[in-house]
Design a protein around this ligand. Structure first.
Ligand SMILES: [Zn+2]
Length: 389
């Protein structure tokens, strides 16, 4: 299924500005999903916690929990020329590179709720899969999961690297999810049991700029209902826009909440298909209703481009302090934190000048560098990418 038909320049520009990475005037139209969440301090017994790292240890690890988080976007896991194809070998290589460079998966919900739980010095990454394609979840004739499908590859990688958990978010078309109407519900339930998330990608994948607001509500509501019927008790409140296309009415409220024939929905996050890293959930102008992603492809500004960019500028990357209930940032970045987004976590500001290893760490020019990485690349790319299917 084609990913991008971003042929209309207004839609492209809108996505760019909706990313919240370019426009200082891009305010929210919704309440934060983070409001009302339980504090994490209450659930973590103090006596079980290891000693907190010192400022010097945080500096040596380059800790920056106000940094960027890549949300990777996969589709077909098989050979193909379009940007929506990634071979099993390429996917394995992606996982190996992520692991080697210190990334560890977190779920989309953990990211949204500022419950990022990766070890000291490691970086969170969110893995997402769109379209519920058969190459993402396929059984072999013997009933076992095919080791060359996405979930089979993730399982194998986790078995070989136990500190790389199976956490991924599948944005599904529920009627024939993963290529089988008969097995769709079973596969969705299995994904949840493995630790993954199953979320909303609408019922028919029609682009929202071709639908009325009422039709968009129908698409979102019916998808939510179908997933919740297949997986009783699951929470479906995240939406990946088909093709990354926003409603032609520019009415973002219907993405956040709506109703169709008595089926109500609310979404805590809306994911775009624009390719750049996402902000930390605790910084100003973090907008969960317009989350950018990085397409796992070799095209311009795909996964390799961005991983190279982040590797070259590690001070811009989210680097964990290893404590889920503490948000640690170097003092040079204090102004970036929106304390209203901490969700019960404690803010720790450390002096980055006490490094004991000489490891590169956030410098006073961080904000400038951060802005430069995003602004010099995103808009031209979105414009250039207008014809990609
Ligand atoms: Zn899609």
């Amino acid at each position: 299924m084609p990913l991008f038909t971003l042929r209309t320049t207004p839609a492209i520009l809108l996505i760019a500005f909706e990313c919240g990475l370019l426009s200082a005037g891009c305010g929210r139209m919704h309440s934060s999903p983070l409001q009302g969440a339980t504090t994490l301090q209450a659930s973590a017994p103090a006596q079980s916690r290891p000693a907190e790292p010192t400022d010097a240890e945080l500096a040596r690890a380059g800790v920056n929990e106000a940094g960027l988080v890549p949300i990777l976007e996969y589709h077909n896991i098989k050979p193909g020329k379009a940007i929506t194809f990634r071979t099993p070998g390429q996917f394995r290589s992606d996982l190996q590179r992520l692991y080697t460079e210190g990334y560890r998966p977190v779920s989309l919900r953990e990211y949204l709720q500022n419950r990022i739980d990766v070890p000291l010095g490691k970086h969170p990454v969110v893995l997402t899969f769109d379209d519920a394609l058969r190459t993402q979840f396929r059984y072999r004739p013997d009933g076992n999961i095919d080791p060359d499908c996405a979930i089979g590859i993730l399982q194998r990688f986790h078995a070989d690297h136990p500190d790389f958990p199976i956490k991924a978010t599948f944005f599904v078309l529920p009627r024939e999810a993963f290529g089988s109407k008969r097995q769709a519900a079973r596969k969705m339930r299995e994904l949840i049991a493995m630790g993954c998330e199953v979320q909303n990608h609408t019922v028919t994948h029609r682009y929202f700029n071709r639908l009325s607001d009422a039709q968009i509500c129908q698409e979102i509501a019916l998808c939510r209902a179908a997933i919740e019927q297949a997986i009783p008790g699951t929470q479906v409140d995240m939406l990946a826009l088909p093709g990354g296309i926003l409603p032609r009415s520019h009415n973002r409220r219907i993405l956040a909440a709506g109703e169709y024939e008595g089926i109500r929905y609310t979404n805590q996050a809306v994911l775009l298909a624009a390719d750049c890293p996402a902000k930390s959930p605790i910084v100003h102008r973090f907008d969960p209703m317009a989350l950018p992603r990085i397409v796992a492809c070799e095209a311009s500004h795909g996964i390799t481009y961005w991983l190279n960019k982040l590797r070259a500028h590690p001070q811009n990357l989210y680097t964990s302090d290893g404590a889920r209930d503490v948000v640690s940032i170097p003092e040079t970045l204090t102004g970036q934190v929106d304390t209203g987004q901490l969700q019960g976590a404690r803010l720790r500001i450390y002096k980055a000048t006490t490094s004991i290893s000489g490891t590169p760490r956030p410098a006073p020019t961080h904000r400038t560098k951060h802005s430069a990485i995003i602004s010099t690349s995103l808009v031209p790319h979105l414009l250039l990418n207008g014809g990609i299917e």
